[in-house]
Structure formats: structure tokens, C-alpha cells
Design a protein. Structure first.
Length: 318
């Protein structure tokens, strides 16, 4: 097979991505570190799925065996994820059709067998989207074991926050975490996206749009493709945040902290530590800033932390 991007036949099994994409070379480089386990973190609308799908589509089928699984919310059937994994392996041609006497689905065993059949010089990339829905300890232990056992396996997981697999893999497997702040786009990229969608804006308007919605690419895209004048009215942004960004967020704890900060208003670092009083306020502060929804400002000779408006107004009303 000739080297080159993924064949059209495989593209059909990748998720649909937005039109008018812009290059994200820094994210491509991060994904191309080929860590055994890569976690791509970010709230809904941050572009996790799109970025990973575009990166995976650019790989050569002569060098990479790709499998894409979209996890679903937990159901009564505890094997639901393994069923999706088994179906994805079959769709990729890595598992034969089962016979009449087939036993209950065990997607992890199927994955292990597929890895043994693959040539040793090929990378095997398993992407699990919506990974926040995969919480079963046996499944996570099985995935971690396969990553540790098979050097050619690279697990790329898209999730909305911290995930238990990070602790399971710690100390035995290199974990590459792409933080939410790495997915956010700046004013320059907003201008590039505006040109791509056919609605060019100058630098000043790009900066105003960034100030209004942060670097969340889905909110920026909504603003650029709407019939509204830029920047969007706060009510439009609030409705989007309420209906899309915060609905079904897989990291309810982080959202709760953002809500508390929105209610407290601008707070200093000493007050932040007093309000949260947890064991690691520095990490919490990093996590909040990584969402792109919390901003720093200078006031009364010290740095103040607050939630970006109008997102803060939505959180205060929850």
C-alpha cells in the first residue's frame, strides 16, 4: 500500500467535522509525540473531536492502523463500551464477523487479538471519544494493561476533565495530557478562521470577540457564522453557554468551582485559597484558568481572578 493520507473508505467511519478548518500545527505536534496514552481535555465545543479526527485523517494507512470508538453514557448493560469497541474493530476490518456460537462480547480481548495480528512496525491508534463515559474500573484496568503490554498501541482519549485512568497509568505508562488551554484559539487564529468562513475581521474586532467569548472555537465559529453584528449580543452568548457548553459537562466538580467563583466575584489569590481551602489550590487555579473561562485582572495592586462575562452571569443563575 502506498504511503499517504487515510483512504476515503476509512474517512466514512470518522466523525463529521466542521467546515472551514484552520491549521493547528502545535496540536498536531502534541498528538504526534506518540505517547502510549494521550488525554485531550476540554469542555464541549473546545474542538477535541475535530482536532483528533483531522490529525488521524492525515496519517498514512501504510504506517498507522486507526480505530475510532465513540463512548456512550453508561447504561444498564455494563458491557456497552466493549460492544462499541467490538463494533469499531469490525468496522475497521480488524475483527471477523462472529458465528452463531459466539460468546458474550469482550471488546478488550478482541483488541488484544487484533494487536497481536498487526505487523510490529505499524502504529495502532485507538481513539476513544467522549471518554468521560468510560468509568468501569475493569475496563480501565484492561485498557491500561494493553497499553503497557503493546508498544505499538497508542490510546488517544478525548474527555471533558480529569479522568481516573490518569491515576491507573501513573508510574507505569507515559501519559501525554493536552490541556484545555492548548485547544483555545487566540486573536490571530480568530482572524484566520474569520477569513476561512468568508467573514474577515480586523485585529481589533478579533480581540473584542476573544474578550467576549474567550478562545472556545465553537463559540467563535458561532459568532462568525451568525447574522449578528460582531461582537455578539451578551444574550446570544449566554444562551449558547447555557445550552451547549455547560450542558452535559463531564466535569461537574470543575463547573461547580466556576459557579462559586462567578458568585464570589473578583477574588484575590489569598481570598481564593481561603474560599476553596482544598489541599492543592494551585492545581485548582490552573484547572480553572485552563478552561479559558476564568481571567486575571489587576486591581488594587494585586492580581484578581474572575469568570469571564457573560459566562459568569450564566453560571451565577444556575
Amino acid at each position: 500500500m502506498e504511503a499517504g493520507p487515510m483512504s476515503p473508505a476509512y474517512r466514512l467511519s470518522l466523525p463529521r467535522v466542521a467546515d472551514h478548518l484552520i491549521p493547528r500545527p502545535q496540536l498536531d505536534r502534541r498528538l504526534s509525540e506518540w505517547a502510549p496514552l494521550t488525554l485531550v481535555r476540554g469542555l464541549r465545543g473546545y474542538g477535541k473531536t475535530t482536532e483528533v479526527a483531522v490529525w488521524l485523517e492525515s496519517q498514512s494507512l501504510a504506517e498507522v492502523t486507526p480505530v475510532w470508538v465513540s463512548a456512550q453514557p453508561p447504561a444498564e448493560d455494563v458491557q456497552s463500551f466493549e460492544k462499541h469497541l467490538r463494533a469499531a474493530l469490525r468496522s475497521a476490518g480488524l475483527r471477523p464477523e462472529g458465528g452463531a456460537g459466539e460468546t458474550a462480547p469482550n471488546g478488550l480481548d478482541d483488541l488484544g487479538e487484533a494487536l497481536l495480528r498487526e505487523p510490529r512496525d505499524r502504529k495502532f491508534v485507538l481513539v476513544i471519544d467522549n471518554f468521560e463515559h468510560v468509568r468501569d474500573q475493569l475496563v480501565l484496568a484492561g485498557l491500561t494493561h494493553l497499553v503497557e503490554r503493546h508498544r505499538r498501541l497508542h490510546l488517544v482519549a478525548c474527555c471533558q476533565g480529569h479522568h481516573p485512568i490518569e491515576l491507573l497509568a501513573a508510574g507505569t505508562t507515559r501519559v501525554n495530557v493536552i490541556e484545555p488551554k492548548e485547544l483555545l484559539i487566540g486573536a490571530d487564529e480568530i482572524g484566520e478562521l474569520a477569513r476561512a468562513v468568508g467573514r474577515p475581521i480586523d485585529r481589533a474586532r478579533a480581540e473584542r470577540l476573544y474578550d467576549a467569548v474567550g478562545g472556545c472555537i465553537s463559540m467563535v465559529r458561532m459568532a462568525l457564522t451568525s447574522d449578528e453584528d460582531l461582537p455578539l449580543r451578551p444574550a446570544v452568548i449566554e444562551e449558547y453557554v447555557r445550552a451547549q457548553l455547560l450542558t452535559g459537562n463531564g466535569d461537574e466538580v470543575l463547573t461547580g468551582h466556576l459557579m462559586r467563583l462567578a458568585l464570589a466575584g473578583p477574588v484575590s489569590w489569598p481570598l481564593f485559597r481561603d474560599l476553596w481551602g482544598g489541599p492543592d489550590p494551585d492545581r485548582l487555579l490552573d484547572d480553572l484558568e485552563a478552561t479559558g473561562l476564568m481571567v486575571r485582572s489587576s486591581g488594587a495592586g494585586e492580581v484578581m481572578f474572575t469568570v469571564r462575562d457573560p459566562v459568569g452571569e450564566v453560571l451565577s443563575d444556575q
